[in-house]
Design a protein around this ligand. Sequence first.
Ligand SMILES: [Zn+2]
Length: 289
Amino acid sequence: MKWINRNDSEANYEDRRGRGRGKKTAAIGGAGAVIVALIALLLGQNPFQAVEMLGSFAPGETTEIVDPSRVNENEELKVFTLGVFNSANDVWEEIFRSQLGQEYVRPGLVTFTDATVSDCGGATAAVGPFYCPGDQKMYIDLNFFHQLKSEFGAQGDLAMAYVTAHEVGHHVQKLLGIIDQMNQYRGRISEVEFNRLNVKLELQADFLAGVWVYHAQRMNMIRLEPGDLESVISATTAVGDDTIQKRSMGYSVPDSFTHGTSAQRTYWFRKGMETGDITQGDTFNDPSL
Ligand SMILES: [Zn+2]
């Protein structure tokens, strides 16, 4: 995959690379502050001033820890991911306006290193990229893309783009009310049935990623190269891990959970990529599923 026109805007982008949270070392509050005040009194100092010097430190409070050596880590991957994120948003904005008559509200993109927090709970790099419907942001530890190449053999750039476009696909599902609708079924139908719905949701996000590829080419944003589709097929297996689903929805799923097979995921991605037609992506009413 090659860029023809890349949008490098950093709007809606939150860069948390090299930033983590840790406990404040000098955390004193509550009872601790009272003791400080008592000591100050005994020493003849102004107790209020002494407590004030402690600032707003409270027990267990955390503070941001920045590792300067990692804030620009994977810069090239960041630029690439941001480009896909913007391209997907530009495509969906047009589709929403021209075909759905609905306003497209852009999601947020968060890049992080090792671990971060979201409305769906804390996340570590181990869970892979995910979308959180609660804060409408997608979270990516860019090191995931190294794993995609080394462990899953997904070499091409389209494989990386697919991962980002898939998460934007979940955001489209959120805006269309599909995720909320699905959550209403939670606890009301059997686990097996709910898992079947989850598979359909995932396959639809794959389809929507494919729809992005179709329109990104049509709108002169990207150009495909030989081997691109094969690399996506490797990636569909890599992101078929249920841990990703677990994080994307913000709750745990039982061990019996099954994603769509790699073949199913490839089928739906290709269908989106070859038709670019959102009306063909109703995985929920597809007789084959
Ligand atoms: Zn997903």
